[in-house]
Design a protein around this ligand. Structure first.
Ligand SMILES: [Zn+2]
Ligand SMILES: [Zn+2]
Length: 282
């Protein structure tokens, strides 16, 4: 691939939902709806949907930022925040890079930086709130898009690059994506076979403030809990993996050690609360 300078990068002027970060094809008029926002797990502003074009957001001052997350993992965020405010990660392997949970906006500097880091072979996401600019990234780097069969219909910008999978998917050596369900039926976590093992969980397994615990929710903005059977399914689906750390879908907090044992303990704690076993009422 010929190296591109930021000035020579051509990005299409696609639509971005300001509320959830979803993308739509470039077109002359703003979309009138957003199925992701209209779903029980998200929300629609009182004055209706807000779509902006990528160029509009850039003119407003949005920009991408890069920070190291793990030895072979670089985080890609957007400032100020967009949609659910998450950051993505570029997982670098000798056989190509995986872009996980890309934010809904990207700029020319981001494309040049990702190219310098080895480009993108595959784009994948933890769940539909974090599909972001998957299609634009895949088009820019001639990459594939791996989406779980159960959730692929949530992608609002159609692409012939989508390949669906179910259960478990290993897009690159040392990189495994596991369908855990929970927040969405196709919710997935990314396992990295690096050191004692690392999980990237989006908001399927949420790390709570302080980084001492993890929790589960059907909807974070609407404060809707996840039923016990789904919590148990999430935990069981990663039982065969070794991992010591958990990174959620945001820069912080993370679980820095002992994550597998913590997940099992906190799942039991969550179920106790669901069932009304509240320490304050002992
Ligand atoms: Zn939306
Ligand atoms: Zn979500």
């Amino acid at each position: 691939m010929t190296a591109r300078s930021p000035a020579s990068v051509e990005i299409s002027d696609y639509w971005i939902c300001r509320t959830c970060g979803a993308n739509r094809e470039p077109s002359g008029t703003a979309p009138a709806d957003c199925p992701v926002c209209e779903d029980d797990r998200q929300w629609v502003p009182r004055d209706g949907h807000h779509w902006a074009t990528r160029e509009q957001l850039e003119a407003e001052g949005l920009r991408t930022v890069f920070r190291p997350v793990e030895e072979s993992v670089v985080g890609i965020g957007v400032e100020p925040g967009l949609g659910v405010g998450h950051r993505g990660v570029l997982v670098r392997t000798g056989a190509g890079n995986l872009l996980w949970d890309p934010p809904g906006f990207l700029d020319r500097d981001a494309v040049a930086e990702v190219e310098r880091l080895g480009g993108v072979a595959v784009v994948a996401s933890s769940h539909p709130h974090m599909y972001g600019s998957a299609v634009e990234w895949a088009d820019l780097f001639d990459a594939g898009i791996a989406l779980p069969e159960a959730d692929a219909h949530w992608l609002q910008r159609p692409s012939g690059r989508v390949r669906t999978w179910s259960g478990e998917h290993r897009p690159l050596p040392g990189v495994t994506i596991v369908q855990t369900g929970g927040h969405f039926p196709g919710s997935a976590v990314l396992h990295l076979d690096e050191g004692p093992g690392v999980l990237f969980t989006g908001d399927t397994i949420m790390v709570t403030p302080g980084g001492h615990h993890v929790t589960f929710l059907y909807s974070a903005p609407n404060r809707l809990p996840l039923p016990e059977r789904l919590v148990r399914r999430v935990v069981a689906s990663v039982d065969h993996l070794d991992f010591d750390r958990i990174h959620g879908g945001w820069w912080e907090p993370s679980i820095g050690s002992g994550a597998k044992e913590l997940l099992a303990r906190d799942a039991e704690r969550y179920v106790r609360f669901l069932n009304g076993d509240l320490p304050a009422y002992d």
